[in-house]
Design a protein. Structure first.
Lengths: 288, 270
C-alpha cells in the first residue's frame, strides 16, 4: 500500500484527471459530430440514387399491405380452407429448416471447437478453420441454393444443403465465441487423467456450453424457417414457392398470400415459445 | 431512525428472512453475523430495495421504504449506499468514473451518457479517493486494481452518494487479511468521522466484535441475538453458527492478529 496523501499531490492528480476528462469530452464530441454527418450524408446519397425517391414514395408505402389486407378480408370465409391447403407446404418448409439446422449445428460444433484458441485440436490450423467458416458465412444462402438447383434440379434438397452450409458458418462463429469463454479448469482436470481431445471436449467443454449452444441453435432454427421460405422463391419448394405464386399472379390471390403469411407468422411464434421454454429449463437445470 | 418490523422474504416455498424485527435509534456501526444462507444478504438487499420484501415493513425517519416505487425508490437507494462482496464496479471504466457513478441519481441520463459530470464532483471524487488512500490510481481502469483497492473504490462510490446509511454486504469476504483490515478500518472511520450509519454483513465473529457497536446474529432467517458485542458468548456464537462443541472463534477468523493468538476460543470473555 502506498498511502501518500500530501495536499500538494492531490491538486496535481485533480488537474491531471481534469485534462484527461477534457480530452475525452473532445473526442466524444468529435465522434458524435462525425456520426451525425455520416448519417445525414449517407441518407442524402441513398435518397439521391433511389430510382423513385424516398420522400415521393413515402405516402405509398402502405398501399400494398392495405390491398392485401382488404382483399383477404373480403374473402375471409376462404381462410380456413387456404390454411389447410397450404399446411403441407409449411411442413415442407419446416422440414428443410429443421434438417439444415441440425446438420449446420453438428458441423458448426466441430468447426467451433477446432477453431477456438485454447481448445483447438491442431492450434496451427485454427486460422484455416476460421477462414472456412468465413467463406461459408459470406456466401448468401440464395446464391448457394441457385448454384445447387442448377446442378441438382429444383426441390427441397438443394435448399436444405444451402441453408446447412450457411448455418455451419454462422453457428460455428457463435459457438466458438461461447467456447472461448468456457472455463478451462475442467479441461485441465480431464487432461490430467489422460483423456484424449474428443473426451476432453465432450466431457469438459460441452456440458458448460450446451445451454448457450442450444439457445443459439434454436435461434438459428427460427432464422432458417424464414430462409427456407425465401428459398422457395427460387424454386426450392415449400411455402415460399406458393407465396411467390400467390403474390405475383396479380389480383385475386391475395387471400392465399395472407393465409401463407399467417402460417409463417404462427410457425415462428410457436417455435419461439417452445425454444424459450427449453432454454429456460436448461439454464435452471444448470443452476440447480 | 431505522425500524424493521416483521420483515419477511420468501423465494418460492423457502423463507430466506422470517419475520424479523429491530430498531436503530442513532447512527451506529451495526454488524449482522451468521453463516452463509442465514438471510443476511437478503436483508441488506431489501433495505436497499434491490429486492422486494414479501411482507413486513421498513421505515426510515417515519417513511415507509418497502412501498416506494420509481423515482422515489431510486432516491432512497441513493441515500443508502451499498457495498458488495465482489465490489460490483464497472471493470472497464476508470476509477474516478466508477466513483462518479455515486451521483447518477442526481444526474440526467443524457449527461451521464456523455460523461458530463460537474467539475466540482470530479474534484470531490478524487478527494474521497485520497481519503481512502488510492488517489494515485484515479485514472486507471477499475479491473487493473487489486481486490482491496477495488473495494475501497466501491466505498468511495458509496461516499460519493453522500448517504445516510451505508450497507456493506460481506465487504471483506473476498479479501486477504491485510486488505480486510484496511477496508474495515475505512468503514469504521467513515462511521466515526461522518456519523453515518453503517450496517455490515460479516461472517466472522471477531471482525464484528472488533468493529461494531451492536451485533445482530441471524440463523435460518431469524434473529437469534441482538446486543452489544461484549454480550456475545461462545455459547451464543455456537447457536448463531449452528456449530457443535468443537467450534472455536479462531476458526472463523480472517484477521492477522488471530494467527498469533495461542488459543482463541478459550480466551473468550464469558
Amino acid at each position: 500500500m502506498t498511502d501518500i496523501s500530501a495536499p500538494a499531490r492531490i491538486d496535481v492528480l485533480q488537474t491531471e484527471y481534469m485534462a484527461l476528462v477534457r480530452q475525452r469530452r473532445l473526442y466524444g464530441g468529435l465522434v458524435l459530430a462525425i456520426f451525425a454527418l455520416l448519417m445525414a450524408s449517407g441518407f442524402y446519397v441513398a435518397d439521391a440514387r433511389n430510382a423513385g425517391g424516398f420522400w415521393e414514395g413515402l405516402h405509398r408505402v402502405g398501399d400494398y399491405p392495405a390491398a392485401v389486407i382488404s382483399e383477404a378480408w373480403e374473402k375471409r370465409a376462404e381462410l380456413p380452407a387456404n390454411l389447410v391447403k397450404f399446411f403441407p407446404a409449411l411442413v415442407e418448409t419446416l422440414n428443410i429448416a429443421a434438417v439444415s439446422t441440425l446438420l449446420g449445428a453438428i458441423f458448426g460444433l466441430i468447426f467451433a471447437l477446432l477453431s477456438t484458441r485454447g481448445l483447438a485440436r491442431w492450434p496451427r490450423l485454427v486460422p484455416l478453420f476460421r477462414r472456412l467458416m468465413d467463406i461459408m458465412r459470406a456466401i448468401p444462402e440464395i446464391v448457394i441454393a441457385l448454384v445447387l438447383i442448377f446442378m441438382l434440379g429444383g426441390g427441397p434438397v438443394p435448399a436444405m444443403l444451402a441453408i446447412a452450409i450457411h448455418t455451419t458458418g454462422a453457428l460455428g462463429k457463435l459457438f466458438s465465441e461461447v467456447a472461448e469463454n468456457a472455463d478451462l479448469k475442467p479441461v485441465d482436470g480431464l487432461a490430467s487423467v489422460g483423456a484424449n481431445w474428443t473426451q476432453r471436449m465432450l466431457l469438459g467443454v460441452i456440458p458448460q456450453v450446451a445451454p448457450n449452444f442450444l439457445s443459439y441453435a434454436l435461434l438459428r432454427f427460427e432464422i432458417n424457417i424464414r430462409a427456407s421460405a425465401i428459398l422457395g422463391f427460387v424454386g426450392a419448394g415449400g411455402l415460399g414457392y406458393e407465396l411467390k405464386n400467390s403474390m405475383s399472379w396479380g389480383p385475386g390471390e391475395f387471400d392465399e398470400a395472407a393465409a401463407i403469411f399467417l402460417l409463417l407468422f404462427g410457425a415462428i411464434v410457436v417455435f419461439d415459445q417452445i425454444s424459450s421454454r427449453y432454454r429456460n429449463r436448461l439454464t435452471e437445470g444448470r443452476l440447480a | 431512525m431505522l425500524s424493521v418490523s416483521a420483515l419477511t422474504k420468501r423465494f418460492g416455498d423457502r423463507t430466506a428472512v422470517d419475520q424479523i424485527n429491530f430498531t436503530v435509534d442513532a447512527p451506529c456501526m451495526l454488524g449482522v453475523i451468521g453463516r452463509s444462507g442465514a438471510g443476511k444478504s437478503t436483508l441488506l438487499r431489501m433495505l436497499n430495495r434491490l429486492g422486494d420484501a414479501s411482507g413486513g415493513s421498513i421505515t426510515y425517519e417515519g417513511r415507509e421504504i418497502t412501498t416506494l416505487k420509481g423515482a422515489a425508490k431510486r432516491e432512497w437507494q441513493s441515500r443508502c449506499a451499498m457495498i458488495f462482496q465482489q465490489f460490483n464496479l464497472v471493470p472497464r471504466m476508470d476509477v474516478v468514473s466508477n466513483v462518479l457513478h455515486g451521483t447518477l441519481n442526481k444526474r440526467s441520463t443524457f449527461a451521464t451518457l456523455f460523461n458530463l459530470y460537474p467539475d466540482a464532483d470530479i474534484h470531490r471524487a478524487i478527494e474521497i479517493l485520497d481519503r481512502l488512500g488510492i488517489a494515485e490510481h484515479a485514472a486507471k481502469r477499475a479491473e487493473a486494481l487489486s481486490g482491496g483497492q477495488q473495494q475501497r473504490v466501491a466505498i468511495a462510490r458509496a461516499l460519493m452518494q453522500d448517504p445516510d446509511i451505508i450497507l456493506a454486504d460481506e465487504p471483506i469476504a473476498s479479501l486477504d487479511p491485510m486488505n480486510a483490515q484496511i477496508v474495515m478500518d475505512a468503514l469504521r472511520r467513515i462511521h466515526e468521522e461522518d456519523g453515518r450509519m453503517v450496517i455490515c454483513n460479516l461472517h466472522t465473529l471477531d471482525t464484528a466484535r472488533r468493529y461494531c457497536d451492536r451485533v445482530i446474529g441471524m440463523r435460518d432467517g431469524r434473529i437469534v441475538f441482538d446486543g452489544a458485542p461484549e454480550m456475545l458468548t461462545t455459547d451464543t456464537a455456537r447457536e448463531i453458527y449452528g456449530a457443535s462443541g468443537d467450534f472455536s472463534e479462531g476458526a472463523t477468523s480472517t484477521e492477522i492478529e488471530s494467527l498469533d493468538r495461542p488459543a482463541p476460543a478459550s480466551a473468550l470473555p464469558a
